[in-house]
Design a protein around this ligand. Structure first.
Ligand code: PLP
Length: 368
């Protein structure tokens, strides 16, 4: 049996007419960049999310960069973030002119909130927690630190659409939150797409201006900005998909529960643990084992695609060699990067596939 890591075709086939219709409407109106479809999606996403403003942009990386710039973060500033994430979270800090300061991860692979305070200096301006894999960071603790040290708080929600911390959506705790709608995300476009959400009207205005060459009104450039706009085709598709996200998330959670049940106590496998207070939306289902590479190749041999998120912790990448970090500085991240394996999870995965994946994992450990 072949089990793909994600299956975007399955989602398309289930909603083909609806999604095709969404694109056809944009083509009929030739509303390709900006315009009504983009505005509609922004309103719908803000309403669905329970925030006042949604500013769309070209991708989730730009979303972080734009927020950093519009919060005035730049040269001489430090921004604290997690040692395990996709590089967008930290490269945008550098691109804004600031310095990324990494904090080791906890047992969930998320920023270790107990270690943040020790990394705060007089130069620290902001914290970017990442709700990695769809699991929520302890936002009570991060929020309290930000208030006490007068730091900006930007939540990177690229992997955590509609995840919750203590009954409240992640992305609503800070100055702003950023989203990616990359195709494989829990809400995914058919190309690059991203958004910023915030309850700060002035910040929203500035982000919208900066993302459009520094102009809210054509030819009236308040500053030099960037060209980071959502296009009408992506916006219309995202509007068509948005009403399905709750059901898709419920399906992801059911898949995770099935894996949890079928893989409990197998070998040395550590299953994703849910932090009390968090509602995990399972963008990824990440297990850990000392035999990661052998398990990965065993599953590949059986036609099961897996992935590693991510093989090298950010501070240990060549890109951050200038920081001089060593594995001993980030002991948990350095160990975790060699143990993590993401199993296939998506709403359309069948129960036969889940059984096959679980059975293949069990077979591996029975012979390990
Ligand atoms: C945690 C995290 N932050 C930011 C991004 C950047 O999003 P995009 O690929 O839309 O630029 C991603 C995308 O994978 C991500 O996983």
């Amino acid at each position: 049996m072949h089990v793909p890591f994600v299956d975007l075709a399955a989602q398309y086939n289930a909603h083909r007419e609806e999604f095709d219709g969404a694109l056809a409407a944009v083509i009929a109106r030739t509303a390709f960049v900006g315009g009504e479809f983009v505005r509609n999606f922004e309103r719908q996403y803000a309403d669905a999310y329970g925030v006042q403003h949604c500013v769309s942009c070209a991708n989730g990386t730009d979303a972080i960069y734009i927020v950093l710039r519009m919060l005035g973060i730049g040269a001489g500033d430090e921004v604290i973030t997690t040692a395990i994430s996709w590089i967008s979270t930290s490269e945008t800090i550098s691109q804004a002119g600031a310095r990324p300061v990494f904090v080791d991860v906890d047992e969930h692979g998320l920023i270790d909130v107990e270690q943040i305070e020790a990394r705060i200096t007089p130069r620290t301006r902001a914290i970017i927690p990442v709700h990695l894999y769809g699991q929520a960071v302890n936002m009570d603790r991060v929020g309290e630190l930000c208030r006490r040290h007068r730091l900006r708080l930007i939540e990177d929600c690229a992997q955590a659409h509609f995840a919750e911390w203590n009954g409240r959506r992640v992305g609503t705790f800070g100055d702003a939150a950023t989203f990616s709608f990359y195709p494989g995300k829990n809400l995914g476009a058919w190309g690059d797409a991203g958004a910023i959400v915030t309850n700060d009207a002035d910040l929203a205005r500035r982000c919208r201006m900066y993302a459009n060459h520094g102009a809210l009104v054509k030819h009236q450039h308040e500053v030099e900005g960037v060209n980071s706009r959502l296009d009408g085709l992506q916006a219309s598709l995202l509007s068509a998909k948005l009403p399905h996200v709750a059901a898709w998330t419920a399906s992801r959670r059911k898949v995770a529960a099935a894996y949890d049940q079928k893989l409990a106590g197998v070998g040395d496998l550590c299953l994703p643990r849910i932090r009390a207070g968090a509602r995990h939306v399972y963008h990824l289902y990440v297990v850990q084992t000392a035999h990661r590479d052998e398990l990965k190749s065993h599953l590949t041999d059986r036609g099961i695609e897996t992935a590693i998120h991510y093989p090298t912790a950010l501070p240990l990448l060549p890109a951050y060699g200038y920081l001089g970090a060593e594995p001993k500085d980030f002991p948990r991240a350095a160990t975790t990067q060699g143990r993590i394996l993401s199993l296939p999870i998506y709403p359309e995965i069948t129960s036969d596939m889940i059984e096959y994946v679980a059975d293949s994992v069990r077979t591996f450990f029975a012979h390990a």
